[in-house]
Each structure stands twice: as C-alpha cells, then as structure tokens.
Design a protein around this ligand. Structure first.
Ligand code: A2P
Length: 283
C-alpha cells in the first residue's frame, strides 16, 4: 500500500477504511476485521460514529502489530474548548483500548476550535496522538482559523471527488503542505459519475472498475481516500489501485469533471446547531 508523507514527518496509508454509520457491538467489529483481512492498514473512525470500541477490538484481535495499523479518530463538537477536548482525547483512547492514536481530527470546525486545537497539540506532545488535523474546513473557515494555530494541521478531511475537486481549498492547503483526505471519494456512489463514459473507457483499458479509476485519480492527485463499500469484492478492489497509472491526458479528462459543488456546505448557517442536536457523544 502506497503511503503519503505528512507535514509533521509521519506517514499515512493512501487508502483508508471508513466506518461511518456502521453500528458498534458487532457490525463494526466484523467490517474492520474483514477490511484488515483484505489488506487495509488504515481505519477511520470518530467519537461521533459511536464505534471506536469495535474498531479497537478488531485491531487488537487481528493479531497484526498495532504499529502496522494507522488509526484515526475525531473529536466531537460537544467537546470543543481546551478542557473538554483534553478529556475527550482520553475517552477516545479508552474506547479504542489503545495507548495512542495515529491521527486525531477536529471533526467539525465550529465553536471553540482554537481551545480544542491547543488540547490536541498538547496530547500530541504527550504522545497520545502522533498527528493532528482538521476536517470539513472550507476555504473560508481554513483562512480564518488555521493562521491562528501555532502548529499546522497535518490533514483536512473534506468531501472530495471528481465532481467536487476542492481546487480553491487545495491551493490554500498546498502552501502549508496540508494533505487532503477525501470523504465521499466516489461521490457517495453517484451513478452519473460511476457511469461516466470517459471513466468507463479507462476502466476497460486497465481492467478495473469505475470506482477504482476514480480512486486511482484521487491518489495520483495526492489525496488520501476513504472509500465506502459494503460489498466484499469492492472493499478488496478499492485498495487494488497501485498496479496501474493514469496518463496525463486521462488525469486532465477527470480534472475537467469538476463542478465545484458538493453535497454538504460547511459554510451554511445552522450546520453546527444541526450537528449538535443530532449527534450527542455524552449528556
Ligand atoms: P457498495 O456498498 O454496494 O459497494 P463513497 O465512498 O463516495 O461514500 O461511495 C460509496 C458508494 O459507492 C456505495 O454506494 C458503494 O456501494 C459504492 N462503491 C464502493 N466502491 C465502489 C466501486 N469500486 N465501484 C462502484 N461503486 C462503488
């Protein structure tokens, strides 16, 4: 598996397995166990996915050395602010049953992000987290908050796929060598994208499926991708993208599919309130 070098010197596998909306107490355990068996070495969870415990259990019982698996979790919005975030890091570690996390992100960029960031910086210093980053930062939010941080985030995990290529955000992040992690890398199964004639043609040429072509494009662009699938064959196929390379022309063809629009707008009013009302990690 190819990995990507972060601006703090750490390395992250270019493809990760995400467990959003998979239940704890069994389903997440099974999914992570199967993903590890298929060769994934990067698991992406969050406090607000409510399944850190199953992730930890599957990793522990896999028999694979802890340091060979890259584990990401995320701080929930309720725990923004310095003191709350410090506690939340320990709760995530406890849930995972781990001594450290490879990456911990500020899941949503609202409220006291600066206080939360200081807590993450300290947890990194203390060895509880190897790398720290942010998520769902638009160009507007990134430009407002990141210049106030005393250390740069290693990544910004955002919605990104061929129809929403985050070009403006990437030019800001590139200046800081902040890597983009893509959620919804397949456009959440967008049929139009997966049946796009140019992509289908490339799939035939390389004997791959459309999803693999899209993921390959993204990895060649330098993104870290978190594809979702419930199908064992596609789960295994989505990491099998390192034995071919798209040409410059093919890359350009996919670059031209950008519409500049995604399914979620973190700049919209009321997003923080909605999230706080709908996801509670504690009382
Ligand atoms: P399935 O679970 O049946 O594989 P995203 O990661 O952007 O959220 O997209 C997830 C969606 O893409 C799911 O509906 C998933 O369906 C589908 N998907 C996952 N991998 C592939 C692939 N290699 N080719 C086509 N569709 C895929």
């Amino acid at each position: 598996m190819q990995s990507v070098k972060l601006n703090d010197g750490n390395k992250i596998p270019a493809v990760g397995f995400g467990v959003f909306l998979i239940e704890n107490n069994g389903p997440t355990y099974d999914a992570v166990k199967n993903a590890l068996k298929a060769g994934y070495r990067h698991i992406d969870t969050a406090a607000a996915y409510f399944n850190e415990a199953d992730v930890g259990k599957a990793v522990k019982e896999s028999g694979i050395a802890r340091e060979e698996i890259f584990i990401t979790s995320k701080l929930w919005l309720q725990d923004h602010g310095y003191e709350a975030a410090k506690k939340a890091v320990d709760v995530s570690l406890q849930n995972l049953g781990m001594e450290y996390m490879d990456l911990y992100l500020i899941h949503q960029p609202y409220g006291d992000v600066l206080g939360a960031w200081r807590a993450l910086e300290e947890a990194k210093q203390a060895g509880k987290i190897k790398s720290i980053g942010v998520s769902n930062m638009t160009p507007k939010i990134y430009s407002e908050l990141v210049p106030q941080f005393s250390t740069l985030p290693a990544v910004n995990q955002v919605e990104c796929n061929p129809t929403f290529q985050q070009k403006e955000l990437r030019s800001l992040m590139d200046k800081d060598s902040v890597k983009l992690e893509a959620w919804y890398p397949l456009g959440h199964g967008n049929r139009e994208l997966l049946t796009n004639p140019a992509i289908v043609e490339m799939a035939h040429k390389y004997s791959k499926n459309a999803g693999q072509i899209i993921l390959r494009f993204e990895v060649q662009e330098g993104f870290i991708v978190l594809p979702k699938s419930t199908n064992a064959e596609r789960i295994a196929g989505n990491i099998n993208i390192f034995d071919f390379e798209l040409t410059t022309d093919e890359m350009e063809k996919i670059r031209a599919m950008d519409t500049g629009k995604g399914s979620h707008n973190p700049d919209a009013p009321g997003v923080a309130e909605y999230l706080l009302q709908n996801f509670k990690v504690h009382d």
